[in-house]
Design a protein around this ligand. Structure first.
Ligand code: NDP
Ligand code: 2IT
Length: 460
């Protein structure tokens, strides 16, 4: 790979790597392109990184160390054999054991997991903790499956995965479709196969090694990051501010909960079928019951709160989403990748939104990011804003290794400190490269530098 010093160089190199017949990889190239374009100032100004062409840092960073792909055969409740594909992408362990979630969703393929694994390397670097980057999962769809089927799938998945993971090797956790229930079944299977009770997964239920606050960590962390960013940029806060949130899973629910704690007014939640708009503020306890316990559609919310409005996905134009057209001070995309399009960004700009904080991984399309930055919306990028989840996973690894149990207050304090440190580091890095206020570039440069420094020091 040649030296990259201009946007044109970076685009040329990325184009060379692309396989035009592999649409699956589009999201991976999207994530990679954003990072490579952001770090150009680093190559221009810094001797060490200029020489990174010699070290092949970029080529090594965008190539996973290992892509593990396996068959998962399991018995459904009718005693019929079902077959899914399982994956673990061990992307980069320059800073520590591979670390990142498992996603169970029918859309899962190698390209999606490569994008998530690549993002995870830089996110984990930003936490300052000794953790590398990885991601895994399966095209298994947990929706509509019985508890027993979930258990049988998790058992079959771990029968293969256990060969490749370990507390000092690779430590998976949750992501879409994988929460405490699934991590419990995966952990139980690992323990039975290896006879070893060890911190090989994070996000475990709290009565056998899980950290207090891990379920809340990603969502609470997003809000802590947003508070710090608002303080640094405008000396403002979120009190009494209207906020819109997408998603109705782990991240969205805990963003909503923390927003309520600090006196903000979150008015929306969404799932794959539609949007709830409750102008009096979302009833988070009801949301938890519907989505975490009963696992039903959001539409059920309006049976309890009849004044809330339900907007099915089909009622909105294809390239825009109802949730981003509701006037707000802060918008929190917390569902999935590319859920905030350029049409949505234009609506946010039209409605004079001040801040967009990404809870999901890569929720905004490149055009949307460009439009928001150009219009001076404060954009808190996912790899910095949602790093609280993996940070508390890191705290869980520490607790497991030392056989300690930290209190909720202790974990919360450390999480708050970590999010503030990430925010300050990202802001000052952006400033250092004359990109004041551009947190997207600041996060990419700061994360890249930490990983690249380790890779250079470790040699090949
Ligand atoms: P959950 O499975 O708990 O919730 C996902 C939510 O997003 C559900 O409401 C789901 O709707 C909705 N959703 C999923 N896919 C789509 C889609 N294609 N279109 C519309 N809605 C969709 O996952 P999490 O809350 O854990 O994860 C949400 C995001 O946050 C993901 O991007 C994940 O990678 C990221 N993240 C998660 C972390 C964690 O600790 N869990 C840490 C950092 C980032 P429905 O119920 O209808 O399926
Ligand atoms: O995207 C993410 O950071 C996660 N899904 C959490 C990863 C982890 O190891 O806790």
């Amino acid at each position: 790979m040649r030296k990259i010093t201009t946007v044109a160089d970076a685009k040329k190199e990325i184009a060379k790597l692309k396989n035009p017949n592999c649409a699956e990889d589009d999201v991976f190239f999207q994530a990679m392109e954003e990072v490579l374009l952001s770090i150009i100032p680093l190559f221009k100004s810094d001797e060490v990184y200029m020489k990174s062409a010699k070290n092949a840092i970029i080529k090594r960073l965008i190539t996973p160390d290992r892509v593990i792909k396996f068959q998962v055969a399991w018995l459904d409740d009718n005693n019929e054999v079902q077959v899914n594909t399982g994956y673990r992408i061990q992307f980069n362990n320059a800073l520590g054991p591979y670390k990142g979630g498992l996603r169970f969703h029918p859309s899962v393929n190698e390209g999606i997991l490569k994008f998530l694994g690549f993002e995870q390397i830089l996110k984990n670097a930003l936490t300052g903790l000794p953790i590398g980057g990885g991601k895994g999962g399966s095209d298994f769809d947990p929706k509509g499956k019985s508890d027993f089927e979930i258990m049988k799938f998790c058992t079959a998945f771990m029968q293969e995965l256990h060969k490749y993971i370990g507390p000092r090797i690779d430590v998976p956790a949750g992501d879409i479709g994988v929460g405490g229930r699934e991590i419990g079944y995966l952990f139980g299977t690992y323990k039975r196969i290896t006879s070893s009770f060890e911190g090989v997964l994070t996000g475990k239920p709290q009565f056998f090694g899980g950290s207090l606050m891990r379920p809340e960590a990603t969502g609470y962390g997003v809000v802590y990051f947003t508070q710090k960013m608002l303080e640094l940029e405008f000396k403002e806060d979120l009190k009494d501010k209207i906020c819109t949130v997408s998603g109705a899973g782990n991240v969205a629910i805990h963003v909503i909960e923390k927003l309520i704690h600090i006196g903000a007014i979150p008015v929306t939640a969404t799932d794959s079928k539609g949007t709830i708009y409750d102008s009096r503020g979302i009833d988070v306890e009801l949301l938890k019951r519907l989505k975490l316990e009963e696992r039903v559609s959001l539409e059920e919310y309006t049976k309890i709160h009849i004044s809330a409005k339900y907007i099915p996905v089909s009622e909105y134009p294809e390239d825009a989403h109802a949730v981003w057209d509701i006037p707000c001070y802060g918008a929190f995309p917390c569902a999935t990748q590319n859920e905030l399009s350029v049409a949505d960004a234009k609506n946010l700009i039209k409605n004079k939104t001040t801040i967009v904080a990404e809870g999901a991984n890569m929720p905004s399309t490149p055009d949307a990011i460009h439009a928001m930055i150009k219009s001076k919306i404060c954009l808190a990028p996912a790899k910095a804003a949602n790093a609280g989840g993996v940070a508390v996973s890191g705290f869980e690894m520490s607790q497991n290794a030392s056989m300690e149990k930290w209190t909720f207050a202790e974990v919360d304090r450390k999480l708050k400190e970590t999010m503030a440190e990430i925010c300050e580091n990202v802001a000052s890095t952006a400033k250092e490269y004359n990109l004041d206020g551009n947190y997207v570039a600041g996060a990419n440069i700061a994360g890249f530098k930490r990983v690249a420094d380790a890779m250079i020091a470790e040699g090949i």
